[in-house]
Structure formats: structure tokens, C-alpha cells
Design a protein around this ligand. Structure first.
Ligand code: DHB
Ligand code: FE
Length: 295
């Protein structure tokens, strides 16, 4: 049986990809941003996931105003890095997992999540930068990747609650795939940032850190944050964080935290990163016990 063993979230700032590609990660400006990923790079080498379901957003690269799928799943054999204006990043072609991707598409659609199926797509920084952060500069990505694209670019994006529920449906789909696969779910984008207009450069450390806090444990408070709060508190691009809730939903009722990192400044965006483990229902500590109160 396929198993979801961990959830990872991180920002996808294009300049982080540039820093990796041009060997700038040891420079004073970038070093502290990258230092928080050292733990995860070592951990991924031990974990050796077979497949990553990588929740990301396309930035008007593969899609434009002609097509705006709310949720889209990449079922192709492979996905080529896109040219975002400076030529394609010199990173490996992303190898997909068509059998698991079609299985997830079938399971989710029959569970009434109407996914768009993509059989050909170039992938932009939203997908390739998180891979660089977690695996560094490599000749081939050491894992297969199922891209799951979410519209957070053109209003209306999906609600956080819908994203969380999709994560739950993805977990159900993975659990019913017969092959023995070690699967991780990644949520990418965020944290607070605004790239345009009078509030460009906005960062909200308090809000971001509260969001990180609430990804851990059994609270589901995050699924109820309305769009307007992301916009007001985290800037116009902070809405990317609803993608982290697909990852969180896929972890099940309770999570434990393995690692966490938060760093400002990096380009225009707060770098956030967290690694979670799903806690099996039988291992979860009841809330009363956690507070030292007899049940
Ligand atoms: C930046 C951040 C993003 O999430 C993005 O998609 C593009 C640019 C930035 O901080 O520069
Ligand atoms: Fe982005």
C-alpha cells in the first residue's frame, strides 16, 4: 500500500532558485535563508521518498487567461522546466508518476473534487524552487513528482477549507493505491508577501509564525481563515498559503513537527519552512492528557 509519511512546506521565491543555480547560497545575504534547509536536505536523504505530491501554483507560465483550472493534477511521464524569461532553469526534468497520478485523479473526482487532468505541462519556479531547496544541485531529482497546481493567481482562488478537504481526499486516494510507495505531500508558496502596489514589500512575521504554530497538533483553525484575512494581513500574494493547507489536510487529524525555519529578508517574501509527520490516530495524545488533566 502507498503511505503518506511526511508533509513539507516551503516558499518558492524565484531568487532562491537563482542563488542555487549560480552558487550564491554561501553569500552573506542568502546563507541564513538556506541554513534552515540543511536539516531537511539531510533528512530527505534518509527518508528516500518514492513520490512527492507537490502542491504549487503556476505563475501564468503553463496557464494564462485562456485556462484557469482551480485544481489540476499532472498525469504526464515528465515535466520540463519552463522558460520564465531568462531561459529555462538548468535543473533536471521532473519525472512524474502517471499511475499514481491517474489513481488520485480518479479517486478525487469520484469523491466530487473535479480536478483538471494535465497530460503536458512545463513547470515554473513554483515547482522547481522547492525541489532545489530540499535536494540542492543534482543531476537528476531523486524522486518522482506529481504536480498539483492550484489557482491562487486570479480571483477567485479556492477557500482554505476546500484545500484542506482536498488534502483529505488525496490521503484517501494514496491509501488505496496498491503499490508500496513512500509518499510525501508538499505545500509551497508564501509566506507573507506583496509584489505590487503601494503595500509592495509587506511582511507580517507575527501572522506567519502563528500560521506555522497552527500547522502542528490537532487544531484545524487554519481551514477557516477567509481570503480577505490573507489579503489584509499577508499581502496580495500571501494567499499562496492556502496551498499549505492541502498538505496539512493530507496529514490527517494530528501532526507532529520535525523541523521549522523562518527567515526575512529574501527577495520580497518571508521564507517559511516546516516538516511534519502525520500522527496515527492510535498514537495521538488526547487533548486533556496533553494538558496534564486526567481524562
Ligand atoms: C517572489 C515571490 C513569489 O512567490 C513569486 O512567485 C515571485 C517572486 C519574490 O519574493 O520575489
Ligand atoms: Fe509565487
Amino acid at each position: 500500500m502507498a503511505r503518506i509519511t511526511a508533509g513539507v512546506a516551503c516558499s518558492h521565491i524565484p531568487a532562491l532558485g537563482v542563488a542555487v543555480d549560480f552558487d550564491k547560497t554561501e553569500e552573506a545575504y542568502w546563507k541564513p535563508a538556506f541554513a534552515g534547509f540543511d536539516w531537511t536536505r539531510a533528512w530527505e536523504k534518509e527518508e528516500k521518498p518514492d513520490v512527492i505530491i507537490l502542491v504549487f501554483n503556476d505563475h501564468a507560465t503553463a496557464f494564462d487567461m485562456k485556462f484557469i483550472p482551480t485544481f489540476a493534477i499532472g498525469c504526464a511521464e515528465s515535466f520540463t522546466p519552463a522558460d520564465e524569461g531568462w531561459g529555462p532553469r538548468q535543473v533536471p526534468v521532473v519525472q512524474g508518476h502517471p499511475d499514481l497520478a491517474w489513481h488520485i485523479a480518479q479517486s478525487c473526482i469520484l469523491d466530487e473534487f473535479d480536478m483538471t487532468i494535465i497530460n503536458e505541462m512545463e513547470v515554473d519556479h513554483g515547482l522547481t524552487v522547492p525541489l532545489s531547496m530540499m535536494f540542492g544541485k543534482v543531476d537528476a531529482w531523486p524522486v518522482r513528482v506529481i504536480p498539483l497546481a492550484v489557482n491562487v493567481v486570479t480571483y477567485p482562488p479556492p477557500s482554505g477549507n476546500r484545500c484542506w478537504a482536498l488534502g483529505e481526499a488525496i490521503a484517501k486516494a494514496v491509501a488505496s493505491f496498491p503499490e508500496d510507495l513512500n509518499v510525501q505531500v508538499w505545500g509551497t508558496g508564501g509566506m507573507s508577501h506583496q509584489l505590487q502596489g503601494p503595500r509592495a514589500g509587506l511582511i507580517n512575521k507575527e501572522w506567519d509564525n502563528r500560521f506555522l504554530d497552527q500547522l502542528v497538533g490537532s487544531t484545524d483553525a487554519l481551514r477557516h481563515i477567509p481570503h480577505i484575512e490573507y489579503l489584509r494581513e499577508t499581502g496580495s500574494e500571501g494567499i499562496e498559503m492556502v496551498m499549505w493547507l492541502i498538505m496539512r489536510g493530507a496529514m490527517g487529524k494530528t501532526t507532529e513537527m520535525l523541523h521549522r525555519h523562518y527567515h526575512v529578508p529574501a527577495s520580497n517574501t518571508a521564507v517559511g519552512h516546516i516538516v511534519l509527520r502525520p500522527v496515527a490516530e492510535s498514537d495521538a495524545v488526547p487533548a486533556n492528557d496533553a494538558q496534564g488533566v486526567a481524562a
